[in-house]
Write a protein that binds this ligand. Structure first.
Ligand code: SD4
Length: 289
C-alpha cells in the first residue's frame, strides 16, 4: 500500500506544495520534490522569513539557514549564508558534493559561488524599510508574533514510499549577527529516518535546539507513538522545562504509513497537506488554547 505521494509543509504553503507535487506526480523522488517545493518561498519577496525578501538581522544583513535530508540518511546544511537566493540547493550540494554535512558563513558562500550559484542582493526595499523602522527603537523582544512566521519545513513521501525533508529560513528578524537557529540543524529543525518517518519544526529555534525537537519526534514515533502523539509530546517537552507563554513552536511529522501529525504551543499554527490528491491548509492543535 503506497503511503505517498504526500507533501506536508509548515504554514500556508499551497504553491510550495504544488511545486513538490509536480515532481512527485511525474514519479520524481521525495528529495527532488522537497527541494523544488521550498525553492518557491525562497524566491518569493513577500515571504519575509525565507530567502529573498527575508527580514535581516539587526545589522541589516539577510543571513540564511537551510538543510535537507534524504531517505538514505544523507544530510546537507548551510548556516549563516548570505547573498544566495536558494540556500536549500546549496545545502543539497553540500550533501552530494562534499564529504561534510554543514558549511557556514563565508565558507558556505565561497562553496556556493564555486558551484555556480549567483551572488545576489536579498534585501528587498520592503524589508529594508521594515528594518529601518525597527532601528528607531531597536528593541529586541524575542517575542514571536505568531502570524509572522513563514519558515518552511517540508516533508514528502514519493510513490516508492521514500521520505525526504527540507527546511529553509532567514531566521528570526533582527537577530544578532551570526545567530543560527534550529532550521539548518539536523535533528532540530528537521529529521528523517526512512524506516520510521520524518519531522520538522518552526518557531523560536532556540527552544527547538535545546530539545533536539525533530529528532525527538522521530524517536517517539519509533517507540510506537503516532505522528500526532509524537508532536504533542515534543511540545510538552518544551513547555515542561521552559517559559513558553510568549513563544511559538510548531512541529509537523509523518510516518511511513502516511499518517501525519501537527502540534504547536500557541494556537495559530497552520500547515499545508497534500494527500489523496487534495492540497489544503489545515489548523494544528495547540497546547495553549
Ligand atoms: C528560527 N525556526 O530561525 C526559525 C524561525 C521560524 O518561522 O521558524 N520562523 O529560529
Amino acid at each position: 500500500p503506497a503511503s505517498g505521494p504526500l507533501v506536508i509543509s509548515t504554514w500556508k504553503q499551497i504553491k510550495a506544495n504544488e511545486a513538490a507535487i509536480a515532481v512527485l506526480s511525474k514519479g520524481g523522488s521525495a528529495l527532488d520534490a522537497v527541494e523544488a517545493g521550498v525553492r518557491i518561498p525562497e524566491a518569493d519577496p513577500n515571504d519575509t522569513s525565507v530567502g529573498y525578501g527575508g527580514l535581516p538581522d539587526r545589522d541589516g544583513r539577510v543571513t540564511l539557514d537551510a538543510c535537507i535530508m534524504d531517505e538514505k540518511g544523507n544530510a546537507g546544511s548551510v548556516t549563516f549564508l548570505e547573498h544566495i537566493m536558494h540556500p536549500i540547493s546549496v545545502a543539497r550540494a553540500v550533501m552530494e558534493k562534499t564529504p561534510h554535512v554543514m558549511l557556514s558563513g563565508e565558507g558556505a558562500l565561497a562553496f556556493a559561488l564555486a558551484q555556480g550559484f549567483k551572488k545576489e542582493n536579498l534585501l528587498t526595499k520592503e524589508s529594508e524599510k521594515n528594518w529601518r523602522e525597527w532601528l528607531k527603537t531597536a528593541q529586541y523582544k524575542p517575542v514571536i508574533n505568531i502570524e509572522r512566521h513563514d519558515t518552511i519545513g517540508m516533508l514528502a513521501i514519493d510513490s516508492k514510499g521514500n521520505i525526504s525533508g527540507a527546511c529553509t529560513t532567514s531566521g528570526l528578524a533582527y537577530k544578532m549577527n551570526g545567530r543560527v537557529g534550529d532550521s539548518p540543524i539536523i535533528g532540530a529543525g528537521l529529521f528523517v529516518d526512512n524506516e520510521i518517518g520524518g519531522a520538522c519544526a518552526t518557531g523560536l529555534g532556540e527552544l527547538v535546539m535545546r530539545t533536539c525537537g525533530s529528532f525527538l519526534v522521530v524517536e517517539l514515533m519509533r517507540q510506537g507513538r503516532t505522528p500526532q502523539q509524537a508532536c504533542e509530546e515534543a511540545a510538552r517537552r518544551i513547555t515542561s522545562k521552559q517559559a513558553y507563554k510568549d513563544i511559538q513552536v510548531g512541529f509537523l511529522a509523518v510516518n511511513k504509513q502516511g499518517q501525519h501529525g501537527a502540534y504547536s504551543i500557541q494556537p495559530g499554527f497552520n500547515f499545508t497537506l497534500y494527500q489523496d490528491k487534495t492540497n489544503r491548509v489545515l489548523e494544528a492543535g495547540s497546547f495553549l488554547k
